[in-house]
Design a protein around this ligand. Sequence first.
Ligand SMILES: [Zn+2]
Length: 450
Amino acid sequence: MAAEEKRPVLGIDLGGTKVLFGVVDKNGRVLTRLKVKSATTTSEEIVTQLVVGIEEIRRKSDKDIAAVGIGVPGTVDTGSGHVVATANLPLNDVPLGKRLTELCGLPVVVGNDVTLCTLGEAWYGAGAEVDDLFGIFIGTGIGGGIIIGGKLYAGAHGGSGEVGHIRVAQEGPVCGCGGTGCLESFASRTAIERDIRKAVEAGTVTVLAGAVRSGERLRSGMLRSALQEGDELVSGILAKAADLIGLGIANVVNVLDPEVVVVGGGLIEACGDFMMPIIVDSARPRMMKVYGEPASIVRSYLGDDAGIVGAAVIAKEALKARRPAGATAYVPQVEWLGAGEVQINGKRYTQDVLIRADGKVRKRPKKQAKRSSSDGAVLSIEEADAAIKGNARTLLVGTSTEHGLSVPEDVRSWLTKRDVRLLVAPGPQAVIEFKKLRGPRALLLHLRNQ
Ligand SMILES: [Zn+2]
């Protein structure tokens, strides 16, 4: 790695309502953040806002920034940094990359926002260890990105990944693209808002009625609050949307055969706890199981940071950085020492221990471990839930004692519902599997009866 490539870069996620700035280090970690409300009048106002933001975060972070990447919600000629058109910003036919380079004196690269979210996940998120990945992001609209062989697939005209416009019905509302039956016209936040408004006009009771009547925009956070209050209208509409998103994902999986599907975006950040199980339930039976394990469907790792981290990736690429080969940044080094003893990152453990998918190492919490009278220990749903934190796709349970740690049927089906694979094996084998597996995984080692 050349010295240039070790320097932090600046990622910018330019959205219709807010602009996020983030200084990102060589490992994809966001060091400093800045958030401002989007300028909405002219392209010049947006350029000025970006320049001011870049200067402010450079001062704030006090880091030697090597390059800038920007994600824009629209059609972009990535090579030249020319923004062709955007849907929700007055930014059309603007040589954004060139203008900003002149004004800031830094290399500036521009890309499509959703494409960059996918890149962010592919380098440093849910796809850091896989080569074939599909990303779908649900917010105001629905967009996607395709990574094949570790590289972004652009398509012949740069228009790949438009998953919002795959057809999930013969008929339906007219979509922004002019077609009917598009996934986006049924399941985007905009479509969900439209359906809630219609229902309120028809007299359906909902906690959002007041907001609808006042003409307020129904933000994703408001949908989450309505879910938390048990609002039947909102949960019904979101469930229908999630079901169609699952259908769309299954269609894509059957064509691309990716290893992982990452699901993210504002609506998922807010309502993913409710929507993800429905999405998985809808997609799984529709995915062909020709060659072994079908794709895993996981929630975005990077969440709101996906856009800035992805923008940082193209900034790094502009500096000719390479995707880290076989990236294992978040996987601790674990060695089985024998007789109920392991070494994790050089530290010895003789008590039950958990390595979470986010790389955190935790002693097994005793209060979560449910004891059975005859069989040693039993894994509870509560403990499984804690174990898969960080979006684990596989939970490995290793046991060293004769009776071991049993996993009851309710916990197994709970894990299946969350699309988490479970492997129970003797301790040494579980450690080997943990090292061999790729993708986010958790390892729970039962070293002695507590
Ligand atoms: Zn469409």
